[in-house]
Design a protein around this ligand. Structure first.
Ligand code: ASP
Ligand code: MG
Length: 408
């Protein structure tokens, strides 16, 4: 017997038929004696539909009314799921976020959870009921409805699991787990049995969009075992958990993440004196442009080249800022390239192994792929390359680190 929080995403509850299937699944767990709290998203496409209704009226409605509007999507699903459970003889009750009292701050459309009052839920569980909670929403101190940002139902599920000290938080979705890399790029990509929170954060922030990043941070912070599984196929999924010190077989590299939406900018021939880096990056960050990798070399005759990457959508804006700055700094030129991609190898095993980066560079050089920039962290090595070699790079790294084979 376990206490499980089970979250079903939009496609898993995308039709009445699927909602009935989810109810069937929940009933089976219930029959085994598990206590179940279900968190659901809005039916697929519903949140977008609501947003476009709002935009038919005005381009920028107030965030408060936006939250009142988009929170309704999840309210539909909780009621329908409870009905489908009742039809199967399963006692169940639905709650919106405010009804549970998922207390958040007042940052409408991107609120953060501050506290969860779990006594309603506990009482229902004790009475043998399944509890169905609307994801993505809460309430602020003053009673206003808030939402947690797109994909926020994952975070609701993890937060409830933490508050209830659940045995596991299970995220049911349309993939059967977390893979060594995107299976659309590498046929032989393998489902991972386990991955650490830290690795998952790197994989997620680099474009493996299985979970809302904030939910993984939350799960790591409160050590909530988090499992990603397919809604309608049997299988163990992938367990996201803390690093296992005893695991001698820890692979050095667990996965390969990549991101196509990058662009690179260089301001060449700027004075190599204190304060220049901040002079360059201050206006960029003031324009709300996020900078990812940064490279600056020791230059010749007291001048240097300064290069950084931004999201491709911000390329033009950042370029204009640099062109303006180049006069003030008497820079030689501003160069840019918005056809680059970033590829990263990720693994906690890197901490205790040397030579991982050089193995990566070797594999890329065998394919004749030029590395334009490099950055590293304790558990990650990232390179920037020409976008047209992205798939080749991912495939060659996947095979160089033997990721198709299950570690012994
Ligand atoms: N319905 C919300 C969205 O589409 C929240 C979620 O699905 O997690 O972003
Ligand atoms: Mg989602």
């Amino acid at each position: 017997m376990a206490l499980l929080v089970q979250k079903f995403g939009g496609t898993s509850v995308g039709s009445v038929d699927r909602i009935e299937k989810v109810a069937e699944k929940v009933r089976k767990f219930r029959d085994q004696g598990d206590d179940i709290v279900v968190v659901v998203s809005a039916m697929s496409g519903e949140t977008n539909r609501l947003i476009s209704l709002a935009n038919e009226i005005m381009e920028e409605p107030t965030a408060r009314e936006m939250d009142v509007l988009v929170s309704t999507g999840e309210q539909v699903t909780i009621a329908l799921l409870c009905m489908a459970l009742h039809k199967r003889g399963v006692a169940a009750r639905s709650y919106t976020g405010p009804q549970v009292r998922i207390l958040t701050d007042d940052s409408h459309t991107k609120a953060r959870i501050l506290d969860i009052d779990n006594h309603n839920i506990q009482a229902d569980l004790s009475a043998g009921r399944v509890v169905v909670v609307a994801g993505f929403q809460g309430v602020d101190e003053s009673g206003n409805i808030t939402t947690l940002g797109r994909g926020g139902s994952d975070t609701t599920a993890v937060a409830l699991a933490a508050a209830l000290k659940a045995d596991e938080c299970q995220i049911y979705t349309d993939v059967d787990g977390v893979y060594t890399t995107d299976p659309r790029v590498v046929d032989s990509a393998r489902r991972l049995d386990t991955i650490t929170f830290e690795e998952m954060l790197e994989m997620a922030s680099l474009g493996s969009k299985v979970l809302q990043i904030r939910s993984v941070e939350f799960a790591g912070k409160y050590n909530v075992p988090l499992r990603v599984l397919h809604s309608f196929q049997e299988g163990p999924g992938t367990l996201i958990t803390i690093e296992d010190d005893d695991n001698m077989e820890q692979p050095i590299v667990s996965g390969i993440a990549f991101n196509r939406d990058e662009a690179k900018l260089t301001i060449a021939g700027v004075p190599d004196i204190p304060g220049v880096a901040s002079k360059i990056l201050k206006p960029v960050s003031d324009a709300n442009i996020e900078v990812d990798m940064i490279v600056q070399n020791v230059g010749a005759d007291n001048h240097t080249d300064f290069t950084f990457t931004v999201h491709r959508n911000d390329f033009k804006k950042a370029q204009a800022i640099l062109v303006r700055l180049s006069e003030e700094l008497e820079a030689k030129e501003v160069k840019g390239d918005d056809k680059i991609a970033k590829v990263s190898i990720v693994g906690v095993g890197m901490r205790s192994h040397a030579g991982v980066a050089s193995k990566m560079f070797e594999a890329l050089s065998v394919e004749g792929i030029n590395i334009q920039m490099i950055s590293t962290s304790e558990i990650k090595v990232s390179v920037v390359i020409d976008e047209k070699y992205l798939e080749l790079a991912v495939r060659s790294l996947h095979s160089a680190f033997e990721l198709s084979e299950k570690p012994a």
